[in-house]
Design a protein around this ligand. Structure first.
Ligand code: MN
Ligand code: MN
Length: 315
């Protein structure tokens, strides 16, 4: 079996080479892969700033800094996993439903092959075709969403598909198990006092940032783990979960958020959950001085790979 792993950084420097994720081979050979990094360069779902179409490129660029071993999790990712950079799924800029079809069609074979996709967004509207692809293979899923917004609004400008609506659509389509799902980090001004209650009425457990601050991160991690339990779970990480001081390059920033360090703690807390797919979305390189948001997103993807490696090592 071919094993795919990053180029050796003691042989060639990390700033060299074509910018695939972590200097992994760019191939669509699913037979020899355990996990696949996939770009979804789409931003037609954005309601405020635009530019997430360049997110995958920005994240891949900064991912060249990443190394093989995760000391916080005590795991050598590529001792357990063969990982590929699958490239980008095709999208049709300006046309959300055509892009949804194309993104779903691009991701489904990855799930069918038993490979775990790590999707690099893209605005958060891509979560819907991601979940359509995942649920077509795995059935309805638990969701763990880190975000300052629940993205369960009904419509924007009379349109049902935007980056503010994918999780309501996912519930309507039966792609999720809301009773096993949890949304963490909601904060900022909202349109109506009932906005968050709407998500709860759909069955989600919604934990605002204020509640995390009161209860503590460790307790919330336990709450996530109890909620998901042994369900197959999709993990969706919107970088606006993190404070704009650490993640300015995003579409709808909200102040009063978490540090990069705290974001890592949350993701590390998901070890041994049954993760079938994950994403990191809403990186806007044009608003990202010093590429700090892309660096954060690359590191979150690295934590996802670590979780998948832990699963594989344990299984
Ligand atoms: Mn979002
Ligand atoms: Mn958000």
């Amino acid at each position: 079996m071919t094993r795919y792993e990053p180029a050796d950084s003691f042989e060639t420097p990390r700033f060299s080479g074509v910018r695939t994720f972590m200097r992994l081979p760019n191939t669509q050979d699913l037979e020899n892969a355990d996990a696949a990094v996939v770009g979804a360069p789409f931003d037609t779902g954005a309601t405020f700033r635009a530019g997430a179409r360049f997110g995958p490129e920005g994240i891949r660029s900064m991912s060249h800094l990443l190394r093989r071993y995760n000391p916080s999790q005590e795991i050598g990712i590529f001792d357990h996993l063969s990982v590929i950079d699958y490239g980008d799924v095709p999208v049709v800029p300006g046309y959300i439903e055509a892009s949804y079809e194309s993104i779903q069609k691009g991701l489904e074979p990855i799930h069918r092959a038993g490979v775990v996709p790590i999707v690099l967004g893209g605005d958060h509207s891509i979560a819907l075709p991601e979940l359509r692809a995942a649920a077509a293979v795995h059935g309805p899923l638990a969701l763990v969403q880190f975000d300052s917004h629940p993205d369960t609004w009904d419509a924007y400008f009379g349109q049902k598909h935007t980056h503010g609506t994918p999780f309501r659509r996912a519930v309507e389509e039966g792609l999720l198990r809301p009773e096993r799902s949890i949304q963490v980090g909601m904060r900022g001004s909202i349109y109506d006092e009932r906005d968050w209650d709407d998500a709860r009425a759909m069955g989600f457990d919604l934990v605002p940032t204020d509640a995390v601050r009161k209860i503590g991160i460790e307790e919330i991690i336990s709450r996530i783990r109890e909620r998901v339990d042994d369900a197959k779970v999709y993990v969706s990480f919107d970088v606006d979960f993190v404070d704009p001081a650490f993640a300015p390059g995003t579409g709808t920033p909200e102040i009063g958020g978490f540090t990069s360090r705290e974001a890592q703690e949350f993701v590390r807390g998901l070890a041994e959950l049954n993760i079938v797919g994950c994403d990191v979305v809403e990186v806007y390189p044009a608003y990202d001085p010093a590429q700090v948001t892309a660096l954060l997103a690359a590191n979150i993807a690295h934590e996802f790979l670590s979780l998948i490696a832990i699963q594989k090592a344990g299984g």
